[in-house]
Design a protein around this ligand. Structure first.
Ligand SMILES: *Cc1c(COP(=O)(O)O)cnc(C)c1O
Length: 306
């Protein structure tokens, strides 16, 4: 009953705009099935605009058939069962490395050095950098940066050695000095490109305390949607017939929403899209835009438009 509408042209336009702004290459982050939007479709839509892709786990590169779809390489942080040079060459995967042993073993697969600038996971401590660079014949290095200082630190540590360096995810893409030789946007590529909707399956006047919690409903009318906490839904705003309404209570497989008296069964309830950005929903959930986008986009049956 949930539908996810993806505007692939908008995703392309976003990537083009990022490219124009930063003036360096873009690595498209399509991990977790492109934030629930569909990695195969997204990768296909942007493959000519990016220098390559990033996913978390190497299995994701295979699932999305990234090498076949794009002909471009994919940087992967975590190895699957297959962690050998032949496997990586076959699938055009460049494994992230942070130990001397693995860098040496995978050198022919052009591994990419992952540098720890504070995240303290999946990355190389600064006193090991030279050894890993040498062992893996490293030509490229990155860091997963939450703050501008981490991007600058990567440059301070490894700049001037002819290595391709990148640090910036969406939050740092427009911060001066963070672009380095490439940027790695995920979230920002999907700005305004995703709408998630579900139909109203009940609509009625509210008579007294409502639901499990005995809620009061300020609008005096309420409805029900067939999405609940078992699907990952949480309290927050929705849009119904252009008006902002509230999820009043989330049950296991359904939820109450406030309604305008004019709203009818079958009307579309928008869970994400238009003014309901991942940022807005993430805030309502006391979480991140990433989680809101991933969870809601994953929920729906996908329709892709170009
Ligand atoms: C998820 C991720 C990104 C992209 O982050 P956004 O905030 O979605 O742009 C970039 N780099 C790495 C290593 C990541 O894991």
């Amino acid at each position: 009953m949930v539908r996810t509408y993806v505007n692939l042209t908008r995703i392309r336009t976003n990537v083009e705009a990022i490219r124009a702004r930063v003036g360096v290459k873009v690595i498209g982050v399509v991990k977790a099935d492109a934030y629930g939007i569909g990695a195969v479709a997204v990768a296909d839509a942007i493959s000519d605009l990016v220098s390559g892709f990033y996913v978390f786990h190497s299995d994701e590169a295979l699932d999305a058939r990234l090498a076949e779809v794009s002909g471009k390489s994919t940087l992967c942080t975590v190895p699957g069962e297959n962690d050998d040079v032949a496997f990586y060459l076959e699938h055009n995967i460049r494994p992230a490395v942070w130990t001397v042993e693995r860098a040496a073993r995978l050198a022919r697969a052009k591994p990419v050095l992952s540098v720890d600038t504070g995240m303290q996971r999946f990355a190389c401590a600064t006193d090991q950098l030279d050894a890993v660079i040498q062992a893996g014949q490293i030509t490229e290095a990155f860091t997963h940066a939450a703050k501008p200082e981490q991007a600058t630190q990567l440059k301070d540590l490894l700049g001037g050695r002819g290595l391709r360096l990148h640090a910036a995810a969406s939050a740092l893409i427009d911060v001066p000095g963070c672009q380095l030789d490439a940027v790695r946007p995920g979230l920002m590529m999907f700005d305004g490109a995703v709408r998630v909707t579900t139909p109203l399956i009940d609509a009625r006047p509210t008579k007294g305390p409502l639901g499990y919690g005995g809620l009061t409903n300020p609008t005096g009318h309420h409805g029900v949607i067939l999405v609940g906490y078992s699907h990952g839904l949480r309290n927050g705003p929705v849009l119904i017939n252009g008006r902002r309404q509230q999820i009043l209570e989330v049950g296991m497989q359904s939820a109450y929403v406030s309604l305008d008296p004019k709203d009818r069964i079958g009307n579309e309830v928008c869970l994400l899209g238009n003014e309901l950005t991942p940022q807005t929903i993430g805030k309502a959930w006391n979480s991140t835009p990433h989680e809101a986008l991933h969870r809601l986009a994953s929920l729906g049956e996908k329709t892709y438009a170009t």
